[in-house]
Ligand binder design. Structure first.
Ligand code: UDP
Length: 342
């Protein structure tokens, strides 16, 4: 029988791509999502890609009773990939308690249910935000974490600590935290992708919406950073590459290859691109016009970060393989599909 995996936040951006990769590898996927930041129609599109509609339950995992009832109903779950969380940095500054309550409680409820119902494995969505502005680049897993810049970032650091501490006292529970760098792009079918509500905060959705005519002009936040062209540098990873990393992490746990029952890995490409390089690459590869201007720095942004991926590549036997060009192509194809362009 196929192994059953619970994907929380499975109708979201990274979650939906991961559901597709899991199904492609023969896993039986159950999605839990409260649809607070995603659409139920994502399930239709997952089904169009893979031919399989995942089981779906709509509720918020911060609700302990509902989470418990879920595990009573689905008694064959072997592993969890926990994406479901609030993720808007700016909003988290305005609503810190909502962020702490939602992101920490849902993780704790899941860990409690894992213990109670004998579910051994969890992969958790963490973020390179836990490194802040590192003193030395690229960042390895040994790079010290820094004080978070926002309540959102702090929830990621605290969730990592909760897993570390819980795993230390419970050797039946295995957790892997994946520290994502900047996920971008969409599935090559353009059937699933990133669909931000309202004005996008992230660079690539802002670019694609500007190219599609929904936004007047892209603002590049700062050109006076200490980088070759003055704009900030990030490690942009294709979302399908990132989704694959989750499947690899799940198999590492199912195959009992973990070195410790709590592990964490950087998931990036190992290459940094500046905002300006990304903008120029988008224009070139998609042959589109893009209006942009330089404005002041965005509060809370770091100057530069990219991953040293050698430890993760070696341990997981996985590395990102898709180019920036094909990734930016996929982002534009997705936006055009959503907007009905061409
Ligand atoms: N950025 C920008 N204009 C935008 C959105 C983002 O210049 O409209 C820059 C941002 O300042 C950062 C980079 O693009 O240097 C990536 O930002 P994003 O919000 O996508 O990810 P972050 O690294 O902040 O999580």
């Amino acid at each position: 029988m196929a192994k059953q995996i619970l994907v929380t936040g499975g109708t979201g951006y990274i979650g939906s791509h991961t559901v597709v990769e899991l199904q492609g590898k023969g896993f039986d996927v159950v999605v839990v999502d409260d649809l607070s930041n995603s659409q139920i129609t994502v399930l239709d599109n997952i089904e169009k890609i893979t031919g399989i509609r995942p089981a779906f339950e709509q509720f918020n995992l911060a609700d302990r009773d509902k989470t418990d009832a879920f595990f009573q109903k689905y008694s064959n779950i072997e592993a969890i990939i926990h994406f479901a969380a609030f993720k808007a940095v700016g909003e988290s500054v305005q609503k810190p308690l909502e962020y702490y309550r939602n992101n920490l409680t849902s993780l704790m409820n899941l860990l409690e249910c894992m213990n109670k119902y004998g579910v051994k494995h969890m992969v958790f969505s963490s973020s390179c935000t836990v490194y802040g502005q590192p003193d030395v680049l690229p960042v390895t897993e040994e790079t010290p974490r820094k004080e978070a810049e926002s309540p959102y970032g702090n929830t990621k650091a605290i969730c990592e600590d909760i897993m570390r501490d819980y795993c230390a006292t419970n050797d039946k529970i295995n957790c892997i935290a994946l520290r994502y760098f900047n996920p971008i792009g969409a599935h090559p079918t353009a059937l699933i992708g990133e669909l931000p509500v309202g004005v996008p905060n992230n660079l690539v959705p802002f670019i694609t919406q500007t190219a599609a005519g929904l936004r007047e002009e892209l603002s590049i936040f700062g050109d006076d950073y200490d980088t070759p062209d003055g704009t900030a540098i990030r490690d942009y990873i294709n979302v399908v590459d990132l989704a694959e990393a989750h499947v690899v992490a799940i198999n590492r746990m199912l195959d009992e290859k973990q070195k410790a029952n709590y592990e964490f890995f950087n998931v990036g490409t190992g290459s940094g691109y500046s905002v300006n390089e990304l903008v120029q690459a988008f224009i070139k590869v998609n042959k589109v016009d893009l209006k942009y201007k330089i404005v002041g720095r965005r509060h809370g942004d770091i100057e530069k970060i990219w991953a040293d991926t050698s430890y993760g590549n070696k341990e997981l036997g996985w590395s990102a393989s898709r180019t920036l060009e094909e990734t930016l192509e996929s982002a534009w194809k997705w936006e055009k599909n959503v907007r009905g362009i061409e």
